[in-house]
Design a protein around this ligand. Structure first.
Ligand SMILES: O=C(O)CCC(=O)C(=O)O
Ligand SMILES: [Fe+2]
Length: 493
């Protein structure tokens, strides 16, 4: 198909799925190529985000390109998904599926789909970054940020240097005078035998964006990262953990199974949400937290890691307070993590379980930035996709994009007999992003942008000796060979 050389950035390696207790694919995210040939629309679809030897192929009547509603219906037919792929019933509350270009634009006509050629179809209705594989790094178009995959199940990314250190201190200052005990909406399953204090001991403050131009700017920066509109986010929740404080393993989304009898709960531990609202506010599961952008506002010298106990294919932990097993992410000031609590099909992802390990030295400041799959304003109801085939989606997100074609593929080849270490140097940031080792006689490729600066060092930390700094030019494919210049041998002269 005409998309053959574009698939690689959008499909995830089958080997990257480490769990043997669930399917090795991304449920509900389909990578689809659409093109016109002699008046017919041709389609090739790699279902559920993995490259298939035998992709779904189909032809549609060319006239469909004039009728968005029928086009959507036919595309859904070819991809053979139905609203029933969602596990919570009440399908009229499920949101219509979304069709996006590679740049993350929500498409709203068949002409746009044909122009895009390659599209991502997301059953859950909102953009979803495919993880591709652990260690995969992609540049966020139009920005200096690099998105690094740190886990595939759950889907977790890291973006270093996303917040400036000065921004982090301003946020801490804003929060410091407003700290209160962190509320926990305890799952019904747990509330009987758990006291909130055994579950979470940090303190928190909510900061409304309306109070701060910095927070408004961050709303935009984050929406550009998530490709989800700013109307979907909660007020940021700043967290402070002092020595020994922690948060046991939990998921950030709400599983409706656990919230069926809210009014009957003897103790309701989240004063922010009124009882009457709670049942409705999740639309019986269809209105939910989609993802978390987690901000590290300080470094932590010991402990305080964010733990994903089910990463690396691990079984569900028996002890929600244990920090023994799992993927541990070390807080670094200015870094943000992005993880998805829902799968692309809109269902909850139990692998997204995570915790904050106890701080063992100093203090940890961080923040939750929760993004929902639907707008937070309950008065905005999305149309029922069954009756509204004309649905063109919510308003498109304002993205600071350059054309996807401005990506540069840079290959660093190490011809030395020892490993070298690759760092990306964000503009106006002191902290560099460590992006991996290049073994002797090996090469590493990165998606990057003209003007990006890469540092090659002899050790894996930023204080080790700088061998060279490389500025990316605007050539689409660049090979940077790391070899020692032949030095004149003084003895022989
Ligand atoms: O502090 C962390 O690393 C995680 C905190 C968290 O998951 C939460 O507050 O929901
Ligand atoms: Fe959390």
């Amino acid at each position: 198909s005409p998309c053959d050389d574009r698939y690689a950035a959008w499909v995830t390696d089958r080997e990257a799925f480490q769990r043997d207790d669930e399917p090795r694919y991304l449920s509900g995210l389909h990578v689809v190529c659409v093109w016109k040939e002699a008046g017919t629309l041709r389609l090739e679809a790699h279902m559920n985000g993995v490259l298939e030897e035998d992709p779904v192929r189909s032809e549609l009547d060319g006239a469909l390109s004039l009728d968005w509603g029928k086009f959507r219906k036919s595309l859904q037919g070819v991809l053979r998904f139905s609203k029933a792929t969602n596990e919570w019933g009440n399908f009229h509350l499920k949101q219509p599926y979304g069709i996006f270009s590679e740049a993350g634009h929500r498409l709203s006509s068949a002409t746009e789909v044909l122009d895009a050629g390659l599209v991502l179809v997301v059953e859950g209705g909102q953009w979803f970054w495919p993880p591709v594989r652990i260690g995969y790094v992609r540049g966020l178009p139009g920005t200096p940020y690099m998105i690094e995959t740190v886990s595939v199940q759950p889907v977790v990314f890291r973006v270093r240097g996303f917040l400036r250190e000065e921004e982090c201190s301003v946020i801490i200052d804003m929060a410091e005078s407003n700290m209160s005990e962190s509320p926990v909406v305890q799952m019904e399953k747990h509330y009987r035998d758990n006291d909130t204090k055994d579950f979470r001991t940090s303190t928190q403050a909510r900061l409304p964006s309306s109070d701060s131009s910095l927070l408004q700017e961050l709303d935009k920066r984050i929406s550009n990262l998530t490709r989800v509109d700013v109307t979907h986010n909660e007020e940021v929740q700043v967290l402070r953990y002092r020595l020994g404080e922690f948060y046991a393993s939990h998921t950030d989304n709400f599983d409706p199974e656990y919230y069926q009898n809210v009014a009957a709960w003897p103790k309701f531990s989240c004063p922010e949400i009124s009882l009457e609202l709670l049942k409705d506010f999740i639309d019986k599961g269809h209105r939910n937290r989609l993802l978390t952008v987690f901000w590290y506002l300080t470094n932590v010298s010991k402990g305080g890691e964010t733990l994903f106990p089910r990463a690396d294919g691990l079984p569900p932990p028996e002890d929600m307070n244990s920090c023994e097993r799992g993927l541990k992410v070390r807080p670094e000031v200015g870094t943000v993590m992005l993880w998805y609590s829902l799968r692309p099909n809109g269902n909850g992802d139990p692998n997204s379980l995570h915790a904050s390990c106890p701080v063992e030295d100093g203090k940890k400041w961080s923040a939750n930035y929760w993004v929902w799959n639907k707008p937070r304003d309950f008065s905005i109801s999305l149309p029922d996709a069954d009756v509204d085939e004309e649905y063109s989606g919510e308003q498109s997100v304002a993205l600071s994009t350059v054309e996807a074609g401005n990506n540069v593929s840079a290959t660093f080849r190490n011809e030395h007999p020892f490993p070298m270490y690759l760092f990306w140097k964000p503009p106006d940031r002191a902290q560099e992003a460590f992006l991996g080792e290049i073994s002797p006689q090996a090469a590493v490729s990165m998606l990057t942008f003209p003007g990006h600066i890469w540092h090659i060092r002899i050790g894996a930390d930023q204080s080790s000796e700088l061998v060279t700094a490389q500025v990316i030019t605007d050539q689409p494919k660049q090979v940077i060979v790391l070899s020692s210049d032949p030095e004149p041998d003084v003895d022989e002269l």
